[in-house]
Design a protein around this ligand. Structure first.
Ligand code: COA
Length: 140
């Protein structure tokens, strides 16, 4: 499995197709909410092996803070440690790029996944795209 920055049009298209399958297909997120106009501002990460794309994440720069969004692993690859590997790659990249903090809005079912990676939840649970979320953060 290789996790790389999606720089080519082909890699970016693979990221978007995977997000469409997971967030719109599985989780019923609307098109308008998924394509929020921020993709051109973000760095996109693609996990891919010989069988094809397997997972994604994007990093939205906000000053000294890296906001991590759209973390998704295809069903057949879940529970294999791939989500963790993707997150560690994004966090390493953010650290090397000089960001001081990482933040994200976690779907509440995934709080435990991000806690393993050092994120701490804070503030109230809120609704986004019909899914309960909570803010999380960690220093880099
Ligand atoms: N709740 C609690 N812990 C979880 C978890 C969950 N939902 N999912 C994974 N973990 C834990 C694992 O047990 C593992 O811990 P361990 O190393 O101590 O055994 C660790 O987190 C890493 O798990 P990993 O196998 O890397 O996770 P994954 O590849 O299955 O990816 C998601 C996790 C959430 C990215 C994946 O389930 C997914 O794509 N879900 C659909 C999209 C989604 O909800 N994305 C999150 C948006 S905020």
């Amino acid at each position: 499995m290789q996790i790389r920055l999606a720089k080519t049009a082909e890699d970016r298209a693979a990221c978007f197709a995977l997000r469409k399958a997971v967030f719109m297909g599985e989780q019923n997120v609307s098109e308008a909410e998924e394509w929020d106009g921020l993709d051109d501002t973000c760095l996109h990460f693609l996990a891919i092996d010989q069988t094809g794309p397997a997972g994604v994440a994007r990093l939205l720069p906000k000053g000294n803070t890296a906001k991590i969004q759209r973390v998704a692993v295809l069903p057949g690859h879940r529970g294999t440690g791939l989500g963790r590997q993707i997150m560690e790659t994004v966090l390493d990249h953010a650290r090397q790029a000089g960001f001081h903090h990482a933040v994200l809005d976690a779907q509440t079912h995934a709080l435990g996944f991000y806690e393993v990676l050092g994120f701490v939840a804070h503030g109230p649970v809120f609704d986004d795209a019909g899914i309960p979320h909570q803010a999380m953060e960690r220093a880099l």
